[in-house]
Each structure stands twice: as structure tokens, then as C-alpha cells.
Design a protein around this ligand. Sequence first.
Ligand SMILES: CC(C)(COP(=O)(O)OP(=O)(O)OC[C@H]1O[C@@H](n2cnc3c(N)ncnc32)[C@H](O)[C@@H]1OP(=O)(O)O)[C@@H](O)C(=O)NCCC(=O)NCCS
Length: 121
Amino acid sequence: MQLASNPQTGKGVVAGIVSLDMPISQTGPFRSMVEKLLVLPEYRNMGVAKRLMTKLEEVALGAGRPLILLDTVTGSPAELVYPKLGYTFVGVIPDYGISPKDGSLGGATLFYMDLRRGNQE
Ligand SMILES: CC(C)(COP(=O)(O)OP(=O)(O)OC[C@H]1O[C@@H](n2cnc3c(N)ncnc32)[C@H](O)[C@@H]1OP(=O)(O)O)[C@@H](O)C(=O)NCCC(=O)NCCS
């Protein structure tokens, strides 16, 4: 959770959230997955996602889960954000999920970061 100060009220607000999934796996106990990254529209482009992901990476490393995987909707702004945060593009799965907006099928774009090796493009 990332806190920021509301410029009008001066009070603290939750400006963004992210969650990290650490599923039980015999073959990949070092893997983790980003499940949700969301920043309130009025706090976007202020480095909130960057701070959230930096904290998430610290947590993943501390939990022994340094191989971080994530997917995002193909064509969404987030597809451009993750490479800027150091994530490596893996590929696109077409027709991966149902859009909550209109029920249409959309693709998923996959990324990863391996904190054991540093970022490798
Ligand atoms: C995607 C999202 C999380 C980005 O959050 P943010 O707090 O605005 O991102 P930041 O300000 O930390 O920006 C991180 C980097 O991405 C860049 N960036 C941010 N939004 C961008 C956009 N729409 N297009 C291209 N680049 C963008 C920033 O310039 C910055 O790059 P830099 O480090 O080279 O300066 C936010 O727009 C959001 O919540 N979108 C809706 C939900 C969503 O798509 N979540 C991801 C689902 S997987």
C-alpha cells in the first residue's frame, strides 16, 4: 500500500496498492506473482507504482521469492510501464481473458524480473 498526501486536505490517502502471490510449489518455491497493481487516477505519473514495485521486490526477496512473474492486459498502459520498471518482456498470449468492460476476449502480455541475476534484457 502506498500512502500519499492529498494536496487539498493535507490528509494521508491510499494512493495505490499491489499484491504479491507466493503459491506453494515444489519446483518453484522461489517464484512469486504480482496479482494487482493499481494507482488512483489522480496520483498517476508521480512515481507511486515505481515505489510500490520497489517495495514488492524487497518483500519478494526477503521471502525467498526472487523470481517475479506478472501479466497485464495487452494494449493497456501498464504494458509500457513494466519495462520502465525493469521487467523483461516474455510474450503475448492471445485471447487470454474476458474484459470486464464489454465481455470481449483480450490478450495478456507476460513479464518477469529475476532478482537473483539482476535485470537481463
Ligand atoms: C499502470 C499504473 C499502475 C502506473 O502507475 P503510476 O504510479 O502512474 O506509475 P509511475 O508514476 O510509478 O511510473 C513508472 C514509469 O512508467 C511510466 N509511465 C506511467 N504511466 C505511463 C503510461 N500511461 N504510458 C507510458 N509510460 C507510463 C512513467 O513515466 C515511469 O517511467 P520512468 O521511470 O522512466 O520515469 C497506473 O496507470 C494504473 O493503476 N493503471 C490502471 C491499472 C493497471 O493497468 N494496473 C496494472 C495491471 S497489471
